[in-house]
Design a protein around this ligand. Sequence first.
Ligand code: CTP
Ligand code: CA
Length: 498
Amino acid sequence: MSAQREMKEKNPWPTPVTIIIIVIGVIAIVALVTVAVLQNKPVPQKYKYGIVLDAGSSHTALYIYQWPAEKDNNTGRVEQTHSCKVKGKGISSYASEPWKAGESLKECMGEAEETVPKERAHETPLYLGATAGMRLLDIVNSSASKNVFQAVENALRNSPFSYQGARILSGQEEGAFGWVTVNYLDDRLKQGLKTTGALDLGGASTQISFISNDFDGSESPINSVNFRLYGNDYNLYTHSFLCYGKDQALKMVVANHTQSGATTVLDPCFHSGYNETKNYSVLYDSPCVSGRKPQEVPEKFDHIGKGNFQECQEVVKSVFNFTSCKYSRCSFNGVFQPLLQGPFGAFSAYYFVMNFLNLTDTSMPLETVKEKLSQYCATSWDKIKIQHPTVNVKYLAEYCFSGTYILTLLTEGYDFTAVTYSNIKFIKKIKGSDAGWTLGYMLNLTNMIPAEAPDSPPLPHAGYVSIVTIMTILLIGLLLLLALRIFWPRCSKKTQIV
Ligand SMILES: Nc1ccn([C@@H]2O[C@H](COP(=O)(O)OP(=O)(O)OP(=O)(O)O)[C@@H](O)[C@H]2O)c(=O)n1
Ligand SMILES: [Ca+2]
């Protein structure tokens, strides 16, 4: 009996009760950690969608945006998930056969149906916004513009999406929504950071939008747009110059050359060796130049290139009016512009052109940029065509003019200097989404940017799970220690008695 007791007392192994407590403790840890991780694991993401058609003067593009379904009213990030370039020209070019404007959208609408999950289609808003091409058509022939919209509406109403209407954006809206897009994608609005200005160059108009300490809206209220976004107030300066998109600006420049109604026009903005016969009626078919059409003109003229950057700069300057300004300061054509401030993102044709010319690096001195462009303009048309066999010939012929126009607009028009030029960044996309007015337009119409800052959870998901796990392990550890303190002394005391 005493031998048996001795054996029992000397046994170094914990009692069955202790073992049971340890096992239960371990099971509890594993179960708690598993539950915490599983319960808080994000469920597979579900998305909501929105579609915007950008009916520009030169072409139409469709953009599909998506955002996490459960966060659509404030915190979820909206991103571009698909884009589609409509084949052919802009909808304003179908003024004489409007039904073709509707037809032209079908292919991209088909792509949209493939991209947006079927069960989401009926709740996916679909917007069409038209810009300067339709503004001009509306000026010249408002019934033709109505017919184009009618045709476009018919095509879009038949889609499975929730069609919200088609309309012409004002120049102010176009500028302001471009600015919202750039700053939203850069996360500047939510964080209340200093904003980036937006420079948009289209085919028929161009926009400049920025925040300046020098601007409170009082001097020129038509250039002022007020926003309250995520709890911050913004007083944005914005202006859209109709006819100063690069296609209409080219018409204005060539119109200046052809005031005499000549049959041959020597053009410094086109490469030497370039020689195309063009119609006077096509050149003067837009309200941007129609007022300047000479009385007596032949049917056609020979447009002949001369390839001279300096001279091109001079003729481009001639389309800007710097003489009258009733404000404290103006950009051009008597339009108020406050002091330029902050970084700028320049997109659309600014990017297409400067990217083609390999001139997107704005840390390069402005003089070097001009020298490079000057060399490019002086290259013969034959050589240019050989160097760029895959580039659309219409675009290719115009890059010398376009580059010169961009530099002139920025420096002479908006007053960027050799120093402030480096504040401009030529951009196409920001974090995978195209820079342009469409995203800002959709965010506004779907009330996706709240006026006040949303309440955010104090901890990110991963931090929350880690803290719960660590605290659980600590607690269980403490319990185990407690259990050991209760049982261990009894066993050791018994051993000591012997
Ligand atoms: N690879 C490309 C694509 C386009 N372009 C030119 O860029 C201009 C069009 O720019 P875009 O921003 O697409 O204009 P739109 O939106 O069509 O016009 P707007 O905004 O004035 O309505 C046109 O002159 C077109 O010739 C270009 O030079 N190179
Ligand atoms: Ca545009």
